[in-house]
Every structure is written in structure tokens, then in C-alpha cells.
Ligand binder design. Structure first.
Ligand SMILES: Nc1ncnc2c1ncn2[C@@H]1O[C@H](COP(=O)(O)OP(=O)(O)OP(=O)(O)O)[C@@H](O)[C@H]1O
Length: 377
């Protein structure tokens, strides 16, 4: 066997975990300011007071989740009055689901499977905080999903006004928002706004040098020396900057290395990266589609099919799409319109008024319909 070929049991990955999406890196640079600001926000909680409420805002892949998870990890390590709870709102996006997570954190078990009301769960949480004189810190990651589901006020209201019904309870909230078109302070209703008063921490996109530094650290921990040359790293950095999301770069490193391994090569080559990019660049779309409910996926499929079949200049008006959708699925107009608005808010489609022609709304896709249909099978 030639020296530059991998043996069947050899690998280029020193530690494949390093490229997984839920991996929390040990080295976490370039976010010192935000970490300091976050620490300041929660300091009152460590001493038994109410933590200041926070909104972390920034485009996808700018280190918001990692910063908050690191902070919560540090809180857990030290004995204090503060109990942190992390909630992924892409998964838990109803009032009940969010409070079930909090219940679980405080009691160590799931709430009883059936017959438990929201009120009972909330009552348990609040009384437990009162009894143990604990302070709760709730991190709502991807809180924009609570907006899409119209749940944000229903969740923030009991959290932030708990002291009115249960004196002495103290709860602070960190919300993470990756949709730059959402201004959460404006979206909440006045009864919530008066107690929310969040401080905003902004996470700017990483610059080229920062991306190169972060990716090269991952390469060093995740791959064997020599697997990725400097020139190939530059190419990965270039593609990452083009996509604007660090996560695409991490996915690209993993896929390109797998491509090299499949060809039994000891080094990643340009073609491995270019082929990987064709998949990695749709990472965001893939994730977003995965979070949709079945009914929403069905409608998305219908819109993509209509979009593929129509000729380029033709417009899809919202009413016409509804008529078509009804032929394939059971769907009332109100629900249809809710889904369409959600798909628009999630940046999968555009929902616009037709220029100069009354209130007709037209739908257009933001991605290639063939790609969407392929991902939805
Ligand atoms: N400064 C950094 N150093 C090392 N890795 C980082 C850094 N910032 C982000 N990452 C990595 O990039 C990926 C995306 O980061 P993270 O999930 O924290 O971003 P996010 O801003 O929360 O994104 P989203 O809004 O899409 O949830 C993660 O795998 C994370 O480990």
C-alpha cells in the first residue's frame, strides 16, 4: 500500500466529537466582552437577588449559545442561590413545555405524564423557589421560535411576574435571538414589557482572522497533524465567510475530511472542500426545515412544487396557493395563514403585498425549490 493512502482502519480524525454541533469548545476566544457583560447581568442572582434580564442578539453562528452555556456551566460549578435552566425553544416552544423543563430541573424528574395542568407545574416551581430561597435563571435559546408560535408573552408573564402571586420568588431571563428582524422588546405586550426591561448584548459576526483562528483551533484538536494544509484551511475560511456562518465552516471541515477519508487520502484536497460546500452551504435551510411540524412541512412541499411548476414571471398569490393546498391537505384558512406567516418569519418564504394592486399577497420562495423538495423527502 502506498504511504500516502490511509489503511482501512486509519482515520484523519483525532477527535470526531470536536466537529459535532453540540460540542462546547474548551478554547473560546473573541467573545470576552459579551461573557463579561453576561456575568454582570447575573451577579445579583448569585447573591440572592433578581438577575437582570438580557437579550443576546446576533446572526446565527456568532457564539451566543456557547457563551450562555459556558456561563450557566460556571454557575453550576459554584455553590450559590442561583439555579440555571437552559431551554432550547426550537424543541420546547410552548408554555407547558418550558415550565416542564424548569420543573424537571428543580425536582429531578419529569412532571406526571397526564392530567397535570400548567397551574400545578407553575405552583410547584414557585413554591420550591420560595421554600429553598433559590433564584431562577432561565435561558431561552432561539426565543424567536416562541414568537413564531405566539407563546412569548404566555411564558415571560408568569416568569417575570411570579413575585406577585408568590412573594419572594425571583426569576431572571436570558433570551437568545438569532433573527435580526425580531426586536423582542417591541414584540412583548405592555404587561410583560414593564417587568422585562432587558439589557441587549450584541454578538457581531466574526471577522476573517477570527474565523481562521477559531477553525484552526478546531483542526488542531480534531484532526491529525498534516490532514489539512494551511492553503486548504484558507479555502475553508473563504467559504465560511461567503456563507456568513461559522457553523458552515465547522460542518465543512467535517465533511471535507470525510471525503478525503472515503478516497483513502491522508490529506484533504480542494475538491473535497468544494464538494462538501455544496452540502454545508444549506446547513441553515436543513436545520430550519427540520424544526417544522408535519403540517408545516406539507405546506412547504406544496409551495415548493408550485414554485417549480410555474413559469418564472408568474406570481403565486396567497389565495391561489391556499386553493391548491386544500386539494392535498386538510387545512382551514386561518391555520393556513398562520403557517404562511411563520414560514415568512423563519425566512423560508417571502410574503409580500403585490405592488399597487390592493391587498393581494404574493408568496415567493427564498431557496431553490428543488433543494427544498430534496430536503423534505
Ligand atoms: N469564539 C468561538 N470559539 C470557538 N468556537 C465557537 C466560537 N463561537 C462559536 N463557536 C462554535 O460555532 C458554532 C455555533 O456557535 P453558537 O451555537 O454558540 O452560535 P449561536 O450564535 O448561538 O448560533 P444560533 O443563533 O444559530 O443558535 C458552535 O459549534 C460553537 O462551538
Amino acid at each position: 500500500m502506498k504511504k500516502d493512502l490511509l489503511m482501512w482502519d486509519e482515520t484523519l480524525f483525532r477527535d470526531p466529537e470536536v466537529f459535532e454541533i453540540d460540542y462546547v469548545p474548551e478554547q473560546f476566544n473573541h467573545r470576552e466582552t459579551q461573557m463579561r457583560e453576561l456575568a454582570f447581568q447575573i451577579t445579583p442572582g448569585l447573591r440572592g437577588g433578581r438577575p437582570l434580564n438580557t437579550i443576546c442578539r446576533g446572526l446565527p453562528g456568532t457564539g451566543k449559545t456557547t457563551s450562555v452555556r459556558k456561563l450557566l456551566g460556571q454557575v453550576e460549578e459554584h455553590e450559590s442561590k442561583l439555579v440555571p435552566v437552559y431551554i432550547n425553544c426550537q424543541i420546547d416552544n410552548t408554555k407547558f413545555a418550558v415550565f416542564a423543563q424548569i420543573y424537571q430541573k428543580l425536582s429531578g424528574r419529569h412532571p406526571p405524564a397526564s392530567g397535570t395542568s400548567f397551574k400545578q407545574i407553575f405552583d410547584f416551581v414557585a413554591r420550591r423557589l420560595q421554600k429553598e430561597e433559590k433564584v431562577l435563571l432561565v435561558a431561552l435559546d432561539d426565543a424567536n421560535y416562541l414568537l413564531y408560535e405566539n407563546e412569548i408573552n404566555k411564558i415571560l408573564y408568569p416568569l417575570l411576574r411570579s413575585h406577585e402571586a408568590y412573594p419572594g420568588t425571583r426569576i431572571g431571563v436570558i433570551t437568545i435571538i438569532s433573527d435580526m428582524n425580531v426586536d423582542l422588546s417591541r414584540e412583548v405586550d405592555p404587561r410583560v414589557a414593564s417587568v422585562f426591561r432587558p439589557t441587549e448584548i450584541y454578538f457581531p459576526p466574526y471577522g476573517t482572522d477570527e474565523v481562521r483562528h477559531i477553525l484552526s483551533e478546531r483542526v488542531m484538536t480534531g484532526l491529525y497533524p498534516g490532514a489539512l494544509s494551511d492553503a486548504m484551511l484558507d479555502l475553508v475560511v473563504e467559504q465560511t465567510m461567503k456563507s456568513g456562518d461559522l457553523r458552515v465552516g465547522l460542518d465543512l471541515l467535517k465533511r471535507a475530511t470525510l471525503n478525503a477519508e472515503t478516497a483513502a487520502r491522508r490529506q484533504v484536497e480542494e475538491d473535497d472542500i468544494c464538494r462538501a460546500y455544496e452540502v454545508s452551504k444549506y446547513l441553515h435551510l436543513t436545520f430550519t426545515l427540520r424544526t417544522l411540524k408535519d403540517e408545516e412541512k406539507d405546506l412547504m412541499r406544496i409551495i415548493a412544487t408550485l414554485s417549480r411548476e410555474k413559469d418564472e414571471k408568474e406570481e403565486m398569490n396567497a389565495g391561489g396557493v391556499y386553493e391548491k393546498a386544500k386539494e392535498h391537505m386538510k387545512l382551514g384558512y386561518t391555520r393556513y395563514y398562520e403557517i404562511v406567516k411563520k414560514l415568512d418569519a423563519m425566512r423560508l418564504i417571502n410574503l409580500n403585498y403585490r405592488q399597487g394592486r390592493g391587498r393581494t399577497r404574493v408568496i415567493s420562495l427564498r431557496y431553490d425549490p428543488n433543494r427544498i423538495l430534496k430536503l423534505l423527502v
